[in-house]
Write a protein that binds this ligand. Structure first.
Ligand code: FAD
Length: 407
């Protein structure tokens, strides 16, 4: 079976590698001229590293990742700290695999190395897909430069602004959350010693929160923060703001937050949009994965991990249903919809928690944090995420299995 993947992001590359390892003929069409991800980090929990290791990338990943020993919460103004949970060896003991934080570009390069080891020319760069049409026999992609590519099936892994999704299901209708995200990467050497501990930190405050964690063996610090403001509605990874503007969004916050912001060369800003889960992901010979079909707010840090899970489950479903893409796509959707919908909803719910008005008063905040981040509640929020095993969930041709309705 010849398979086209539109988009060489985290999900598209994972799907391609999973498929190549199962003997499929795969081509990835990426719009960028160079395989280079934006300067930002991503957290990959055990449910994601399980897959990356299964794809043969343990050495490539662990040589560039950081492994936080745990996570902590800090209060926006006083800096009071609460332990959230331990990670490091505990993640491996409990879930079988490490929890890592990694530069997106490092993750990208590791996936590309895995692909090129099997098929050196599988990734085609500078190929912006602008259209897709299909017959009962095949599917054809159209590119901005006039080129075309025909395959048996196509996978739209082209992210939140997916062209494939738009062609198959029409334009989406995002609503602005009223929240803007800032991000930046800092050379750790520029930060005081106290920032060098490998602990993921989540500052919470009324109307905003700040997250930072180490990348690339501790050499870099990833900074992401969000703030409630309604004057900026551009959804893009590459729009730059200024340090002054970012600082102004965190007036009154702890000096550690200001130290971080002042150390960023160029902070980038992104308006966060909300989208309702899609009822269908597949049409005929084409399906979707990752942000193309279930974009999520980043407040459970699972968007990229979901794209990774989708990629492997889809590759397994196609291998388990030889020559029957209908059955494979059905099994894939049946397995993935409920979980990804739950993640989209869970991330939304975390917003109310991270920005709660109770956090403005240190005394109220103490009670609020002790109750909301009580151990059993935290376990309930995260355990089901980390224990999922995409390498063994069912992908058999069971047509009686319902496709969950997300209407
Ligand atoms: C602030 C922020 C922080 C986040 N933190 C985390 C985190 O800690 N952990 C986590 O798991 N997730 C995180 N996420 C979410 C995560 O980044 C996304 O869910 C993930 O990147 C989705 O992967 P994807 O492969 O579906 O799409 P993308 O990574 O967006 O990749 C899509 C690819 O398709 C290409 N493309 C697009 N259109 C076309 C076209 N027409 N033709 C050809 N190619 C095309 C793009 O160039 C890109 O390479 C975060 C998101 C945000 C906004």
């Amino acid at each position: 079976m010849k398979i086209s993947v539109v988009g060489g992001g985290i999900g598209g590359l994972t799907a391609a590698l999973g498929l190549l390892r199962r003997g499929f003929d795969v081509q990835v069409f990426e719009q960028a001229q160079e395989l280079r991800e934006v300067g930002a980090g991503v957290q990959i929990s055990a449910n994601g590293t399980r897959i990356l290791f299964e794809l043969g990338l343990e050495k490539e990943i662990m040589s560039v990742a950081s492994e936080p020993g745990g996570k902590q919460i800090r209060l926006w103004n006083t800096g009071k700290t609460w332990k959230l949970f331990d990670l490091g060896p505990l993640s491996v003991a409990q879930y079988g695999f490490p929890y890592i934080t990694i530069h997106r570009n490092d993750l990208h390069q590791a996936l590309a190395v895995g692909i090129r080891r099997i098929a050196p020319d599988a990734i085609k760069l500078g190929m912006k897909c602008v259209g897709i049409d299909q017959t009962s026999r095949d599917v054809k992609l159209h590119f901005a430069d006039g080129a075309k590519a025909t395959s048996d099936i196509a996978i739209g892994a082209d992210g939140v602004h997916s062209v494939v999704r738009e062609v198959l299901f029409g334009a989406d209708k995002p609503t602005f959350t009223g929240i803007v995200a800032w991000r930046g990467v800092i050379d750790t050497k520029r930060l005081p010693e106290r920032f060098h501990r490998p602990v993921g930190t989540n500052w919470i405050g009324p109307g905003g929160h700040v997250i930072h964690y180490l990348l690339r063996r501790g050499e870099l610090m990833n900074y992401v923060s969000v703030v409630e403001r309604t004057d900026w509605q551009v959804e893009s990874w590459s729009v730059a703001g200024t340090v002054e503007e970012c600082l102004a969004d965190y007036q009154g916050w702890h000096e550690d937050v200001h130290t971080l912001i002042k150390s960023i060369d160029t902070p980038y800003k992104w308006a966060l949009m909300l989208r309702q889960p899609m009822k269908e992901w597949t049409q005929g010979r084409a399906t979707l994965l990752g942000d193309a079909c279930h974009p999520t707010l980043p407040f459970l840090a699972q968007g990229a991990v979901m794209a990774i899970e989708d990629g492997l489950v889809l590759a397994r479903a196609l291998a388990a249903n030889p020559g029957d893409h209908d059955a494979a796509f059905h099994s894939y959707e049946a397995e993935r919809k409920e979980r990804t919908t739950k993640i989209v909803k869970g991330a939304e719910a975390n917003l109310g928690r991270f920005h709660n008005p109770a956090l403005s008063d240190p005394a109220l905040a103490e009670t609020y944090v002790n109750s909301e981040w009580e151990e059993s509640k935290v376990r309930q929020r995260y355990e089901w995420l980390f224990t999922y095993d995409a390498t063994s969930v069912p992908v058999s041709p069971d047509r009686s299995r319902p496709l969950m309705s997300t209407a």
